[in-house]
Write a protein that binds this ligand. Structure first.
Ligand code: GAL
Length: 411
């Protein structure tokens, strides 16, 4: 083995690559759709070009991947690096001392000076140390519409939720599903978060997501959210249960559906399909009512492996993921926004430019819910959104009552 490494070291030096060794890094993530795969390839190519070896460990579906990733690390079978959401997913693993400390590279490169909003890096901190590297800002606060579907049915392309609902009967008559949705819990939960901002208002979102206010949870503004969900469940097709988010996006891309409420990662699918923002599809941040962005996102974590060369490779990978060109190339394909404000985004399309303009005003930035609630509380809320969406006989009052109870004991 040592001889192999010596040969590799000589080869890499001759190749002019900066790395004196070549480490295999098994990287787990759940980016398996067309757009996501194109985006994560940017990271893989960068790691491979640095002289290390990206061993892809894709696991489809965040709901499947997250527990597998966390249990592998907790169970002593760590991967070299893993994607998770920026937020509290890895909280217990960090507390248990299982994650590589990135503080040295973060301070050397000044991550705190260019990563914005600062809460993304703050989400990676524990007891003053840094344990993850944010790689994008993503937001669920978007609606994606197929322009041709509306134009071919003599309808103006909706510019907000109200216009969308008003246009739905004519689409349905034409055999087009007004709203494409997948029935996975996180999709329905994400849609409820969009309604909280777009229809309940930014104050409501903060009262719920930050203050965990029981009064707001039971109030009239939150009632509008439940009413919108009750409306939305009448605008979907019968095949939504269990449908993957990108299959719902494909319904919009192919004209089987008019629109989808989904995070900005949907844009990667339009891109792979060769569709152009503002021509083939439109995007409504905050459903056209409250154009704000929740700043959730993705981050990479690096479990301790006990091998010094792997640790060194992990730090090099972390540095690559925040580097300027990798940030531009990855986010343009992913449909998300870069975590640094000091890069050239002339190639951004019309929708990404909307997101960047919104991001320029700190008032338009909301905390992503994965940063607000524990995984357990998030799970309880997801269960409620799924039950309410799937149970037409469940009333708004009953659902909102259950929501108040969850917020009352939220952690
Ligand atoms: C989220 C992830 C996004 C996107 C989405 C759908 O959790 O942060 O990057 O991949 O899942 O898979």
């Amino acid at each position: 083995m040592l001889k192999t490494k010596a040969i590799l070291a000589a080869a890499t030096m001759l190749a002019g690559v900066s790395t004196a060794y070549s480490a295999d890094l098994e990287v787990t993530h759940w980016w398996t759709s067309g757009g996501e795969a194109a985006a994560v390839k940017v990271f893989a190519d960068a790691v491979n070009a640095s002289g290390h070896n990206w061993v892809d460990g894709a696991i489809a579906g965040g709901g499947n991947a997250r527990p597998i990733i966390i249990s592998r690390i907790a169970g002593g079978d760590p991967m070299g690096a893993t994607q998770l959401n920026t937020g509290r997913d890895a909280e217990d693993l960090i507390k248990a001392g299982l994650m590589t400390d990135l503080t040295e590279i973060a301070e050397k490169e000044g991550w705190a000076d260019f990563i914005r909003p600062s809460k993304l890096l703050d989400s990676c901190r524990y007891e003053g140390r840094i344990y993850c590297v944010p790689v994008n800002i993503h937001s669920f606060q978007w609606m994606w519409l197929n322009r041709g579907v509306y134009e071919q049915n003599g309808l103006a392309v909706p510019t907000n939720w109200t216009e969308f609902v008003e246009s739905s009967p004519k689409l349905a008559e034409a055999g087009v599903t007004p709203l494409a949705v997948g029935g996975e819990p996180w999709q329905l939960s994400g849609m409820s978060g969009v309604f909280q901002v777009a229809l309940g208002g930014v104050d409501l979102y903060r009262q719920i997501q930050v203050d965990k206010s029981v009064e707001a949870a039971g109030g009239p503004e939150m009632k509008k959210v439940f009413e919108a969900i009750a409306q939305a469940r009448t605008l979907v097709d019968n095949g939504y249960v269990g449908r993957a988010w990108n299959d719902a996006t494909n319904m919009v891309i192919t004209g089987k559906a008019g629109a989808q409420i989904m995070g900005d990662w949907a844009q990667g699918e339009f891109s792979v399909a060769g569709q152009v923002a503002g021509q083939d599809y439109d995007c409504l941040p905050g459903l056209g009512a409250n154009p704000v962005l929740d700043t959730g996102g993705d981050a990479f974590f690096f479990p301790k492996t006990g091998d010094d060369e792997t640790t060194a490779a992990q730090l090099e990978m972390a540095s690559l993921l925040v580097s300027k060109q990798v940030q531009v190339d990855f986010n343009l394909k992913k449909g998300s926004l870069p975590i640094r404000g000091d890069i050239n985004l002339d190639d951004a399309n019309a929708c990404m430019k909307k997101g960047i303009a919104i991001l320029s005003d700190p008032e338009n930035i909301l905390p992503g819910s994965e940063q607000s609630f524990s995984s357990d509380t998030q799970g309880q809320m997801e269960d409620l959104w799924v039950e309410f969406f799937n149970t037409p006989e469940m009333t708004v009052a009953e659902a909102q009552g259950r929501f108040v109870e969850i917020i009352e004991f939220a952690d």
